[in-house]
Design a protein around this ligand. Structure first.
Ligand SMILES: *Cc1c(COP(=O)(O)O)cnc(C)c1O
Length: 233
């Protein structure tokens, strides 16, 4: 076994133990949890190694990196687009993304809808919610909770979009437990209107336990699986 493979395998073992313990603490079944390996900044060769470890889902946050990496990767995966998305990149992302996590405005949803229609695809999407309580900020990803219901209604009416659930990132400067507790409440009212949209994408390397406790179904795990990312710039 290559060094890199055994390194990732050992990291994966630790993460699986954390997930198992968090599920028992929350009284949840481990089969409810999908692990998405966030492979941004890591090479296509690492992505292919993940296949040998049974990982089926990978996440990327930049279109250019994701599209070229996907072309290089030899194995089949489900590709998750998890980064902030400019409307002019929608067309490219729709070509390869099995799930887009970061829809946070109707102008973007409309571009995704148009691109999906163009290739006869119904694009599964999540709405990203901004949990930061310091007020709406367009430079952060995510829709302000007060506007969630209206965006969700519009997306659910769109012919080439399929609303699958919600996504969020715990804000800096607040305990993730508190932020994810608010997310759980938001999700409960969201599910009354969209009962089929059961995905909750929340939880990263440092806060997966809090996310599982508050109902996450999809974890986005990067550094604790693949190692610290090289600093950019
Ligand atoms: C990078 C990234 C992750 C993974 O973060 P880690 O702390 O490395 O696990 C998860 N979600 C999003 C949106 C990201 O950009």
């Amino acid at each position: 076994m290559s060094n890199r493979l055994s390194e990732i395998q050992s990291n994966l073992g630790i993460i699986q133990t954390r997930i198992k313990n968090a599920c028992s603490a929350a009284g949840r079944d481990i089969s409810e949890i999908t692990l998405i390996a966030v492979t941004k900044t890591y090479p296509a060769s690492d992505v292919d190694l993940l296949k040998q470890l049974g990982i089926e889902n990978v996440g990327e946050n930049r279109d250019q990196e994701a599209s070229s990496k996907k072309a290089e990767v030899k194995n089949e995966f489900k590709w998750h687009f998890i980064g902030q998305l400019q409307s002019n990149k929608a067309k490219s992302v729709v070509n390869y993304a099995d799930l887009i996590h970061s829809v946070d405005r109707w102008s973007l949803a409309k571009e995704i809808q148009k691109s999906a229609q163009g290739i006869n695809k119904v694009q599964p999407v999540l709405i990203q919610v901004d949990l930061d309580q310091s007020g709406p900020d367009p430079t952060r990803g995510g829709i302000w909770p007060a506007e969630l219901s209206e965006l969700a209604a519009s997306i659910s009416q769109a012919s080439h979009l399929e609303l699958k659930g919600l996504m969020s990132v715990a804000p800096l400067g607040e305990k993730p437990e508190l932020a994810f507790a608010r997310l759980k409440d938001l999700r409960a009212s969201f599910l009354e209107e969209h009962p089929q949209a059961q995905i909750l994408s929340a939880g990263m390397s440092d806060d997966l336990e809090a996310a599982i406790l508050h109902g996450a179904t999809h974890l986005r795990i990067g550094s604790s699986l693949l190692g610290e990312r090289p600093k950019i710039g």
